[in-house]
Design a protein around this ligand. Structure first.
Ligand code: GRG
Length: 300
């Protein structure tokens, strides 16, 4: 990892280095899966690119807590596995029914629905193996907390619950409160779990964990607001997924409820408040502060 000195922090270099480390760990994470078709299907989606924001948040939070980010690398892989499985399942005909993801045909378009579902299942369970059996040099009690954190986020209290409300809300009038519920569960919960898991591995105390929960909630919601904005303003080529999908599926989004300008203002405000809570750790929080800005400045 790049040395963290707030005034001279080179975020592009940090991001490139962290992303390369994550890509290499992801590449090595799958091994003995059999049969070959299952392994291929899992690798197809896991190694399809993507911003790798979630594993990078995990590594950065570990570092902020004073830990060696290498000790969080298996957990960083695990959160990307959970994210990837959620994308595979989200793209299925029974859900969002999409045929483009990360710039290539969706998993079920290549391998069929059954294998796509099973590859997703295998990635989800593999994620827990990564944390519990493939992490070295981290006290078991910290890992148990990480497993707990990830179990909650992957289940009904997190992604699954958010996805159900999202599906049920299609074509209906949705108020801001319900929209926020969907976003906080479908998207925000995993971003938060990435930050908290990394911090737990790094040995964060309660004060830092509390601040990081607030930080992550803010960036999580901002991330999805920007996702909604990009769905309207960016092209499929740039996004690597079908643009304009929300309108097509008659989904309520922030731009639909508040307009583009107010949506952007809210995202900026959320990020600014998220950064504020890390002020006491400013000297060593450069990566997390820069990642918060990256969320609102991104173009894909
Ligand atoms: C986890 C058990 C379990 C089930 C999943 C399908 C489902 C239940 C939930 C859907 C979750 C989902 C797809 C939320 C959208 C999150 C989102 C904004 C994804 C895009 O993230 P980026 O932009 O994508 O970080 P890349 O490709 O860069 O990784």
């Amino acid at each position: 990892m790049v040395a963290v000195v707030s005034s001279s922090f080179d975020f592009s270099a940090y991001l490139a280095k962290a992303k390369a480390r994550v890509e290499s760990a992801l590449d090595q994470s799958l091994g003995p899966e059999r049969p070959e078709q299952l392994r291929e299907s899992m690798r197809y989606s896991l190694l399809a690119g993507g911003k790798r924001l979630r594993p990078i948040l995990c590594l950065a939070a570990c570092e902020l807590a004073g830990g060696d980010p290498e000790k969080a690398i298996s957990t960083a892989v695990a959160v990307e596995m959970i994210h990837t499985m959620s994308l595979i399942h989200d793209d299925l005909p029974a859900m969002d029914n999409d045929d483009l993801r990360r710039g290539r045909p969706t998993n079920h378009k290549v391998y069929g629905d059954a294998l796509a579902i099973l590859a997703g299942d295998a990635l989800l369970t593999r994620a827990f193996e990564m944390v519990s059996l493939r992490t070295q040099g981290v006290p078991a009690e910290r890992l148990l907390k990480v497993v707990g954190e990830l179990s909650l986020v992957a289940g009904a209290p997190g992604l699954v619950g958010g996805q159900v409300v999202d599906i049920e809300s299609e074509g209906k009038e949705v108020d801001l409160e319900t929209l926020e519920f969907i976003h906080l569960h479908k998207t925000g919960a995993l971003l938060k779990a990435c930050v908290i898991s990394g911090a737990l591995i790094g040995g964060a105390d309660e004060e830092l964990l509390k601040a990081l929960r607030t930080y992550a909630k803010g960036i999580g919601l901002a991330f999805q607001i920007i996702d909604d904005i990009l769905d309207v303003t960016a092209s499929s080529e740039v996004l690597g997924k079908t643009a304009g999908k929300d309108l097509l599926a008659d989904k309520t989004t922030y731009p639909k409820l508040l307009g583009l300008e107010e949506s952007r203002r809210r995202a900026d405000e959320l990020v600014s408040k998220a950064k504020d809570v890390l002020k006491p750790w400013e000297q060593s929080a450069s990566p997390l502060l820069a990642l918060a800005d990256y969320i609102t400045n991104r173009d894909r």
